[in-house]
Ligand binder design. Structure first.
Ligand code: UGA
Length: 441
C-alpha cells in the first residue's frame, strides 16, 4: 500500500521504516530540510538500536522515501499518518499547532479520498479538531473530497522502538467508520498474524487509551518511589518489597522499579497534559497530580543524598556521574533526572565529570557551554580526582564495575546510586558508603 508519514521524529521514522520493511511504499515528509537530506545519506537523527540499517536498507531498495514536498506526500498515499510532535505549551497542555498544520496541508493538496491516521499523542477531541481544520480548508478551496480521521496511538518504547513496532502488543484503532477498518486491516496485516491485535473503538476512547496507558505506567513508578521513600525511613529494603509484591500476578514485575524519577519525552508530558485536560473540564485529578509531585520530588533524591553526605556547600568538590540519558539504550536526555542532578550540583558550586555510552553529543549540545562539566571518554576516566560517584542511568556496563579500581580512584569511597544496581551489604563490606533508593544508607 502507498503510505505517507508526516513528521520524521521518533514515532514517524520508526513507523515508516517498519511499514517499508514489510513491503509498503512509504513516503516521509518533514519541514526540516537538513533532516531530510541527512536521511538520504543514511544519517539518522536519533540513536535507536536497529533503526539505521532498517532505514538504509529500505531507502536503498526504494520502499522508503524522504522529502520536504508536502504536495507530493499528500498525493502519494491514501493513508496519511500524522506523526509530528505535540510539545507541552506554557501551561503543560499538548500544543497541537504542528498537528493542525499537517491537517491543513493535507486538505490543501488532496484530490481524492484520504484516511488520516493520528499517531501523535493528542488530547481527547483532537481528531474532531483535525477534521474541522481539514473541512475548513476544503471549504475555502470550494471542493469536496471524502476523508476519514482515525486515532491510532503508538505505544513504542525508546530503546526498543523497532522491536515494539514490528511486534506490537496491540493496535488501537479509534474510528466512527467501519469501512476504514478494512483499509487498516490491510495496512497492519503483516503485524497482525497469529492472533488479532487490533482493538477497535470510538475515536475519543482511542485518544484517551494512549494517555491512560502512559499515566498508569507513571503511576506504578511513582507509587513504588513513594514506597521506597517509606522503606528508607522504616528500615526496610525496597528491592525485597519489589520482589515480594511483583510475585502477585495481579501486580506483576514490570514497571515497579524504584529510581531517581521517570523522565523522557512521554511520561512527564503526558501526565501533565492529562492533568490539564481534567482541569479544563472541571475535574481535579488528585491521583495524577500526586504522580507528578512524587516524581518531581524523586528527581531531587540524588542531590539530597549528596548534600546529606557532603554538606550544602559543594564548592571545590567534583562528582563523577555515570549515565545522562533518561533510560538505557537511548541518547535522549529530555526530562532526564540527570539534568536535575547536574543543575543542583552546579548551583551548589560542584563540578561534574560525566560519562554516558550514547548521550555525550546530546550532553554537549545542552550543556557544552558550561565549564563546570567535563564529558569524559570512558566511565573510568570520569572517576579521576572525583570525590564520589553518582549513577543516574542503569546502562548494562555500569552493573559490574571494577570496585577495587573505583575505591582506589575516587577520593572518597562513596557511591550514590539512583538505580539500585548493587548489593548494599557487599558494597559496605568492601568499605564503600553506598546510598541507594529505598534501601537505607
Ligand atoms: C513510554 C511508554 O513506555 C511507551 O509505551 C509509550 O509508547 C511511550 O512512552 C510514548 O508515549 O511514546 P518511553 O518514554 O520510551 O516509553 O520510556 P519508558 O521505558 O516507559 O521509561 C520511562 C521512564 O520511566 C524512564 O525514565 C525509566 O527510567 C522510568 N522507569 C521505568 C522507572 O523509573 N521504573 C520502572 O520500573 C520503569
Amino acid at each position: 500500500m502507498k503510505v505517507t508519514v508526516f513528521g520524521i521524529g521518533y514515532v514517524g521514522l520508526v513507523q515508516a521504516a517498519v511499514l517499508a520493511e514489510v513491503g509498503h511504499d512509504v513516503m516521509c515528509i518533514d519541514v526540516d530540510e537538513t533532516k531530510v537530506e541527512n536521511l538520504k545519506k543514511g544519517v539518522i537523527p536519533i540513536y535507536e538500536p536497529g533503526l539505521t540499517p532498517l532505514v538504509m536498507k529500505n531507502y536503498e531498495e526504494g520502499r522508503l522515501q524522504f522529502s520536504t514536498d508536502a504536495q507530493a506526500g499528500v498525493s502519494h498515499g491514501v493513508i496519511q499518518f500524522i506523526a509530528v510532535g505535540t510539545p507541552p505549551d506554557e501551561d503543560g497542555s499538548a500544543d497541537l499547532k504542528y498537528v493542525t498544520a499537517v491537517a491543513r496541508t493535507i486538505a490543501q493538496h488532496m484530490t481524492a479520498h484520504k484516511v488520516v491516521l493520528d499517531k501523535s499523542t493528542v488530547p481527547v477531541g483532537t481528531a474532531e479538531k483535525v477534521r474541522d481544520a481539514m473541512q475548513a480548508v476544503l471549504n475555502e478551496r470550494g471542493v469536496e473530497y471524502p476523508f476519514d480521521v482515525v486515532s491510532n496511538p503508538e505505544f513504542l518504547k525508546e530503546g526498543a522502538a523497532v522491536a515494539d513496532c514490528m511486534r506490537p502488543e496491540r493496535i488501537v484503532i479509534g474510528t466512527d467508520n467501519d469501512e476504514v477498518v478494512n483499509i487498516l486491516r490491510e495496512l497492519y496485516e503483516p503485524f497482525n498474524r497469529n492472533h488479532d491485535r487490533m482493538i477497535l473503538m470510538d475515536i475519543r476512547s482511542a485518544e484517551l487509551t494512549k494517555y491512560a496507558a502512559n499515566c498508569m505506567l507513571a503511576t506504578k513508578i511513582s507509587f513504588m518511589n513513594e514506597i521506597a521513600n517509606l522503606a528508607e525511613q522504616l528500615g526496610a529494603d525496597i528491592e525485597k518489597v519489589r520482589q515480594g509484591i511483583g510475585s502477585d500476578s495481579r501486580i506483576g514485575y514490570h514497571f515497579i522499579y524504584p529510581g531517581c524519577g521517570y523522565g523522557g519525552s512521554c511520561f512527564p508530558k503526558d501526565v501533565q497534559a492529562l492533568i490539564r485536560t481534567s482541569e479544563q473540564i472541571g475535574y481535579t485529578p488528585r491521583l495524577l497530580q500526586a504522580v507528578e509531585t512524587v516524581n518531581n520530588e524523586q528527581k531531587k533524591k540524588l542531590p539530597t543524598f549528596v548534600v546529606r553526605h557532603f554538606g550544602e556547600d559543594l564548592k571545590g568538590k567534583t562528582f563523577a556521574v555515570w549515565g545522562l540519558s533518561f533510560k538505557p539504550n537511548t541518547d535522549d536526555m529530555r526530562e532526564a533526572s540527570s539534568r536535575v542532578l547536574l543543575e543542583t550540583l552546579w548551583s551548589k558550586g560542584a563540578k561534574v565529570q560525566a560519562f554516558d555510552p550514547e548521550a555525550m553529543d546530546e550532553a554537549q549540545r545542552i550543556y557544552g557551554h558550561r565549564d563546570d562539566l567535563s564529558l569524559m571518554g570512558t566511565k573510568e576516566a570520569a572517576l579521576h580526582n572525583a570525590d564520589a560517584l553518582i549513577i543516574c542511568t542503569e546502562w548494562q556496563n555500569f552493573r559490574a564495575p571494577d570496585f577495587d579500581l573505583l575505591k582506589n580512584t575516587l577520593k572518597h569511597p562513596v557511591i550514590f546510586d539512583g538505580r539500585n544496581l548493587y548489593d548494599p551489604e557487599r558494597l559496605n563490606k568492601r568499605g564503600f558508603v553506598y546510598y541507594a533508593i529505598g534501601r537505607g544508607e
